[in-house]
Design a protein around this ligand. Structure first.
Ligand code: ATP
Length: 287
């Protein structure tokens, strides 16, 4: 039997320093069938995802506390939005809660850094997706010295403690870093410039951010080393090939939902009495 994709991509908790250089962003762990086969596989997985998400929703509507939160991180243009579009698009949007997190507002900055993420957690039964997350508070914040080191250094433990509390409250977290190469990022930025319909999403600031690539990589490595825990492990998903990125995320999500061992709720219903009542009603209506 094929090895779970989660096993191939997971950063093993407590396994020491992580080196992103050791992971080829063009690799396709768990899939050797190429682009067309990957797209077909995503469509097939989609049917199962849709069913499992419906079961999660049904559980939440009948008193369950469980929910799922997908946390997506990655450099600019790594395809967080594309991954959400392709994978979330396979499920019922009514059961999804998708949030993107940009620069915090004045109001958000007046609170603890975790406040805005806690506020936007999915409710029981929902599948949430964070496009960027609380991890920006130890990534961009660290790279650009937005708070003093003695402050961001305490955040790794705070994040782990918060995620542990969330797990106790029924939140299963799937944390995925989309691992892009600087060369592929350059190609994607150039492609945006070549296409006037994509100029709106060209942020000139992304070009300057490329100068900090090494600092971001180091900041990501610290996150992966310190915050891949048993309750909320990190996964590094090679992202240079868009079709593999969607294939990988769909499979990670499927494996995570399967791990919840979801069942259809079985409320106490006197099915026979209800059928009989409906039959009476039908006769009454016809009279
Ligand atoms: P794409 O990834 O597709 O390029 P984007 O994620 O850059 O899109 P935006 O909403 O325009 O979309 O940008 C989010 C920006 O907000 C990023 O530059 C990110 O680093 C920044 N950001 C997120 N959290 C924080 C934070 N806590 N402090 C400062 N900046 C932050």
């Amino acid at each position: 039997m094929a090895r779970p994709v989660g096993d191939l991509l997971r950063v093993r908790p407590g396994s020491g320093p992580v080196s992103l250089v050791d992971v080829d962003p063009r690799s396709t762990p768990g899939h050797d069938g190429g682009k067309t086969a990957a797209r077909e596989a995503v469509a097939e997985v989609g049917e199962r995802l849709a069913e499992l998400q419906k079961q999660l929703y049904a559980e939440g509507r009948t008193g369950g506390h469980r929910r799922l939160l997908v946390v997506l991180q990655g450099m600019d243009t790594s395809g967080k939005g594309g991954a959400i579009k392709h994978v979330a698009g396979l499920m019922n949007p009514a059961g999804l809660r998708i949030h993107g997190f940009g620069k915090p507002t004045e109001q958000e900055l007046s609170h603890d850094f975790l406040w805005r993420f806690d506020r936007d957690l999915p409710a029981p039964g929902y599948l949430g997706m964070f496009d960027r997350s609380h991890y920006e508070d130890v990534l961009v914040v660290r790279v650009h010295d937005l708070v003093p080191p003695q402050e961001w250094q305490t955040r790794y433990d705070r994040i782990n403690a918060w995620e542990c509390e969330l797990a106790e409250q029924g939140v299963t977290m799937l944390k995925v870093m989309l691992h892009l190469s600087p060369g592929e990022q350059r190609e994607r930025l150039l492609a945006r410039l070549d296409d006037p319909t994509k100029h709106w999403k060209f942020n000139p600031g992304d070009v300057d951010e490329r100068r900090h690539w090494h600092a971001y990589s180091s900041a990501y490595e610290t996150v992966l080393e310190r915050c891949s825990t048993d309750v909320a492990p990190w996964h590094v998903l090679p992202a240079d090939r868009k079709w593999y990125r969607s294939w990988g995320l769909a499979h990670l999500l499927l494996e995570t939902l399967c791990g919840l061992d979801l069942q259809w709720p079985r409320p106490e219903l006197d099915v026979e009495a209800l059928r009989a009542a409906l039959a009476d009603r039908a006769e009454g209506d016809a009279a």
